[in-house]
Ligand binder design. Structure first.
Ligand SMILES: [Cu+2]
Length: 136
């Protein structure tokens, strides 16, 4: 019985190492866009690092990946007043794919991600970018 518990403890610690803390941060984002979702829709990146962004739009309409500045939100609909709050964005035509990069924000925190195409936030095309302090 003790032995089983120990194995379970080891497995659990392995699990923690693989997805916990700053170890969960990745310098690449690979996402599929559909009508109307980001898959996946949660990302963790190290602050201030160059992030490779690869994406394909498998949907039938234009989609965008828009990172809002820290502490801002596009709300239920992206409109003109949200433009100054955009940290970084990329647009993909239907069927298109892209490989590019951006510099992660230097300030750790949770950043809102949206698709700015009209009506897509309401349809659920949102996500979250978590920025964590980069490991030394
Ligand atoms: Cu969209």
């Amino acid at each position: 019985m003790k032995r089983i518990l120990m194995i379970a403890a080891v497995l659990f610690s392995l699990l923690l190492t693989s997805c916990g803390g700053a170890g969960g941060a990745s310098k690449s984002i690979n996402i599929t866009m559909t009508d109307f979702q980001f898959q996946p829709n949660q990302f963790t990146v190290p602050a201030g690092q160059e992030i490779t962004f690869t994406s394909a739009n498998n949907g039938a309409v234009v989609h965008n990946f828009v990172i809002m500045k820290l502490g801002t939100s596009a709300g239920p609909m992206f409109d003109e007043e949200d433009v100054p709050n955009v940290y970084w964005e990329v647009e993909l035509l239907p069927g298109a794919d892209i490989s590019t990069s951006f510099t992660a924000p230097t300030e750790p925190g949770d950043y809102e991600v949206v698709c700015r195409t009209e009506g897509h936030i309401a349809s659920g095309m949102t996500g979250k970018l978590t920025v964590v302090a980069a490991e030394p």
